[in-house]
Design a protein around this ligand. Sequence first.
Ligand code: FAD
Length: 366
Amino acid sequence: MNSSSDVLVIGGGAMGLATAIELACQGAQVTVLSRNFQEAALHAAAGMLAPQAEGLEPGPMLDLCLRSRDLYADWTNQLTELTELETGYWPCGIVAPTYADSPARLAQDAEWCDRTTIHQYQPDLGPEVVGGWWFPDDAQVNNQQLAQVLLQAAEHLGVTLREGVTVTALDTKEHRIQHLQTTAGPWQAKTYILATGAWSQELLPIPVIPRKGQLCAVQAQTKPLHKVLFGPGVYIVPRQNGRIVVGATSEDVGFAAYNTPAGMQSLLAAAIRLYPPLADHPLEDCWWGFRPATPDEWPILGHSPYENLILATGHYRNGILLAPITARLISTLVVTGQADPVLQDFSWQRFAPSSPSPARLALAPS
Ligand SMILES: Cc1cc2nc3c(=O)[nH]c(=O)nc-3n(C[C@H](O)[C@H](O)[C@H](O)COP(=O)(O)OP(=O)(O)OC[C@H]3O[C@@H](n4cnc5c(N)ncnc54)[C@H](O)[C@@H]3O)c2cc1C
């Protein structure tokens, strides 16, 4: 039996690594078990920090996202101090152009730009753009750089990182996890954190399903864009090194891998309609990932049916944005045993209000 840590984190993606780092900073001994760092949505994402451009309705989810966006500058600075590596955090703002037939959208703390203003503001937009919203406080991070920084920071703080280990089952007795069954033998700790993103249902019957997104990137010689463009059905995210990320499809196809011609065609057509110069840049890369989607598109955070299992999953389209606040809330819960009241809105119990006991949830294996 492997049993060296206070906390075992299952999953080395955005939530697993960010939370492990926060716990290590608070003095906990932490091990992260992850099947494959590279398959994490952390690597696949576009890295927008976009609570306002995403049009989230006022309420607990928007509040959580805004809190997390407020943490981002300090959080990424601390990670850079620890590792001497840049995350590519860039408070560049987001422009959301619209067409004549675009549906109305929620736009808080935003400035409306008419046709003339938006074309002056962002040259070379497509001729069909009739106006748009400017969200000055939204931002972006280079999530692929962030992934490297998180791994380095975790190593630097003494977190044990075990890649290539799949947790195959939770061994439970009554209301507690006894140990984890894994491809590297059983593992035991005082507390366990489930941060397995789109794959969470393989270990616990909570309603998290994969929603596939396909993306691609072109490389510009100069830096023609200085803001994220969040258009109808597509977003265009310029990095500071001239790379431009284009995303993303949203497909309910399970864990079907690969980019598809149909997916890339619809993505590129939407991107070129929004910003025609994109058509001439060299296509550099295309990839895909799986968003962890819940029925209400809010994450599942905090206590679970088991006393010593904490949940940090289901962040759907906003997991890069929500990494710092999730890490803070979950680490505080683990270290102090005190749940921030905000966690109540994100409890797993909203999906099983009449089935609070593990037995009635019929978790496997028992
Ligand atoms: C196309 C796309 C675009 C996105 N764009 C944005 C964006 O612009 N802004 C934003 O905020 N968010 C974005 N997201 C969402 C964000 O990437 C996710 O919400 C976030 O990465 C989820 O983090 P996670 O840690 O829960 O899961 P992941 O990052 O997916 O990590 C899960 C990890 O768990 C491991 N794992 C799974 N099962 C097991 C097991 N049984 N045993 C061991 N390890 C296991 C996996 O190997 C993986 O490494 C995007 C996602 C996609 C797919």
